[in-house]
Design a protein around this ligand. Structure first.
Ligand code: PTT
Ligand code: SF4
Length: 608
């Protein structure tokens, strides 16, 4: 079958052994790749209830049939595991040459289990795989690790690494690549650290299995052209995701003071317009012709690659209004391998806890010096940093009382940079996201601001399911960047065509939506299996958005309505074929070929 190698590389770090395992053709067709393959592997390989930081947890690095091929923005791959931050399914999507090389190394995925006795890194050159000592890499930041590994193996490799935060198992440590690409918000870097695995280096030189390369090239060429001709292309390459700062401010969704407000008077100090003036370089993922990696010189005159989420969470959310200072903290997060969204949330939470007297320490809003020190302390788990390294859910549980109300997370994953006091569908997107509060599965906020902004409508729920299926189902399993479609309106049919050229199978939207529904339902079953005591309330957004109305801006006085949220949630469950507690119904499992999860759901008492 074309499109996949049908092979995964299995690595047992405890025994120092590697092996190649064939992947069933049915699994590839049913789950496609990337996230789909990852959840199918995790369901099978992970013992239920496993401690995410134990050797028994499995780490998956997966590509899809389109990743790393010569087509628009294809240099992406998925890193996934049971999350130490949420205890549920966790993944992230990273743009890196590692995607290109994995595609050419002859594997669809790498599956890593066990724990090495001493620090190691994995070197993969097609079928030649070695587990190498990494004593000289341990303790280094992610930038220095890349430099050292490039000196050792040359430039023509793909590298995934962790920084000190991963080594110290900070619960939101990420996997880093190319000095500024970072993926795996729910602590996938900590899982690497728990295995004493500092890095994965891949060099692939094989010809990927493509059914019809000529047609693929033609379609890809056309798509590249459409992207460059799109209205908004020039603006996008100038500002990238940073344009969202002004948009969020205008629409009252800019996270401000730990999501207390959706507007901030000083937003111009961190805006995309200012970034443009300071910009010194632009980077891109492999095969991308709309590169959005905007680089500026930070407060210390060092390079820092900026994105909207990073700047909003480390800027307006903690009232740090100087872009060069924000860029410095962002650069530290990349070097240490910390997720900027969870870091900005954790610091914002601490600032509010300090203001309200929940902690003895004085941590003032917008204090750059303190934020810098805290970031270093989090990465090395020093002092108060050790508390922040646990993430907002655990911090708020330790403090208790009202602190639980301003803890901005869903299922333990901190909220990304959209305030939802006045955005019920975006709140539902966070509530039902398969990894916790992240926007990648459904950025419905852009639809919501254009339509019935404050409505709790069925149309929004239908749109949410559609967006999840396309973004979280299709893009995360193909696995390619979604931004050509999201930002420049590239017709989605191109992806269907390209998938058909690569695999030799005629894919239809019906088939894609079914795969997506299967992936969401299996991920849901995974959460329920891992949570002894599942409840629909895990699908609720933070209490703040229900209890503390906005005090400024065009939506002053607005907050979410719990009864109406519940009604939307029930509509969502019905569309997915889940019961009123969010548990997949037996007929849904049967329809999607997922009856193998039934026993596990019966064991935790949610199915009879
Ligand atoms: C992603 C999340 C995001 S989403 C951002 S900015 W964004 C933050 N980026 C971080 C960073 O940078 N450094 C850091 N230390 N922590 C960071 N945490 C945050 O992580 C990213 C781009 C972006 S930029 C977005 S929206 C799109 N995301 C895609 C996706 O999820 N899937 C997909 N098929 N295509 C996507 N394209 C875009 O990719 P996570 P990246 Mg990222 C530095 O990792 O865990 O998925 O969280 O990977 O290569 O940096 O590309 O305004
Ligand atoms: Fe990477 Fe940005 Fe291009 Fe997407 S649009 S592939 S995130 S550079």
């Amino acid at each position: 079958m074309k499109g996949w190698w049908g092979r995964l590389l299995r690595v047992d770090l405890s025994r120092g052994k590697t092996s190649v395992v064939d992947i069933d053709k049915r699994i590839l067709l049913d789950y496609i790749g990337g996230r789909g393959l990852a959840i199918r592997i995790l369901w099978e390989y992970n013992p239920p209830g496993v401690d995410p930081l134990s050797p028994y947890n499995t780490l998956v690095i997966a590509s899809g049939p389109l990743s790393g091929l010569p087509l628009p923005s294809s240099g992406k791959l998925v890193v996934a595991s049971k999350s130490p931050l949420t205890n549920g399914y966790g993944d992230g999507n990273i743009g890196s040459m590692a995607s290109y090389h994995l595609k050419r190394a002859g594997f669809d995925a790498i599956v890593i289990q066990g724990k090495a006795k001493k620090p190691v890194y994995l070197y993969i050159e097609n079928d030649k795989v070695s587990i190498n000592p990494a004593d000289d890499l341990w303790g280094l930041d992610s930038f220095s690790v890349e430099d050292k590994l490039v000196r050792e193996h040359g430039k023509n490799v793909g590298i995934l690494t962790i920084g000190p935060a991963g080594e110290k198992m900070v619960r939101y440590a990420t996997v880093v690549s190319q000095k500024g690409r970072s993926g795996g918000r729910p602590g996938i870097g900590a899982v690497m650290g728990s295995k004493n695995l500092k890095a994965v280096v891949i060099k692939g030189t094989l010809q990927p299995p493509v059914h019809d390369l000529d047609s693929l090239r033609k379609t890809a060429e056309e798509a590249y052209k459409k992207i460059m001709e799109a209205e908004g292309y020039d603006y996008w390459v100038r500002q990238g995701t940073m344009a969202t700062i002004v948009w969020s401010q205008q629409n009252s969704v800019l996270p401000t003071m730990n999501f207390r407000e959706g507007v901030w008077e000083e937003y111009e100090g961190i805006s995309g317009d200012l970034m443009e003036k300071l910009k010194v370089d632009r980077r891109a993922c492999p095969y991308c012709n709309m590169g959005c990696g905007n680089v500026i010189k930070d407060e210390l005159d060092e390079l820092s690659e900026l994105d909207y989420e990073n700047v909003a969470m480390l800027g307006s959310n903690i009232l740090l209004g100087d872009l060069r200072k924000v860029a410095d903290i962002n650069k530290l997060a990349d070097k240490y391998g910390l997720d900027t969204i969870s870091l900005g949330n954790s610091i914002g939470f601490l600032m509010e806890a300090s203001e309200k007297g929940f902690v003895r320490e004085r941590v003032e809003w917008g204090d750059y010096k303190v934020v810098r020190e805290l970031t270093e302390d989090v990465a090395f788990r020093r002092g108060l940093g050790g508390f922040l390294a646990e993430g907002v859910m655990r911090m708020s549980t330790a403090l208790g009382g009202e602190a639980l109300e301003f803890a901005m997370h869903v299922k333990g994953l901190e909220v990304s940079a959209y305030d939802c006091h006045a955005a019920p569908a975006m709140a539902l997107a966070y509530g039902t996201s398969p990894i916790g509060a992240h926007h990648k599965d459904a950025w419905i906020i852009s639809y919501e601001v254009r339509t019935d902004r404050l409505g709790y409508t069925r149309e929004k729920v239908e749109m949410l399911v559609y967006l999840q299926d396309v973004r979280g189902g299709m893009f995360e399993s193909l696995t390619v960047c979604r931004l050509p479609w999201v930002e420049l309106g590239l017709d989605l049919d191109y992806y269907l065509k390209m998938l058909s050229h690569v695999t030799g199978i005629e894919w239809s939207w019906g088939m894609i939506r079914e795969v997506a529904n299967r992936i969401y339902t299996l991920i849901r079953a995974f959460w329920i299996r891992e949570f002894d005591g599942w409840s629909k309330y895990y699908d609720y957004p933070p209490a703040r958005w229900f209890k503390h109305p906005l005090t400024k801006g065009p939506y002053k006085g607005v907050k979410l309505d719990p009864a109406k949220y519940e009604q939307m949630l029930q509509e969502y469950y019905a569309l997915r074929g889940w019961d009123s507690n969010g548990v997949p119904k037996p007929e849904t499992l049967s329809k999607l070929g997922l009856t193998f999860v039934e026993d596990a759901l019966k064991r935790v008492g949610v199915l009879v």
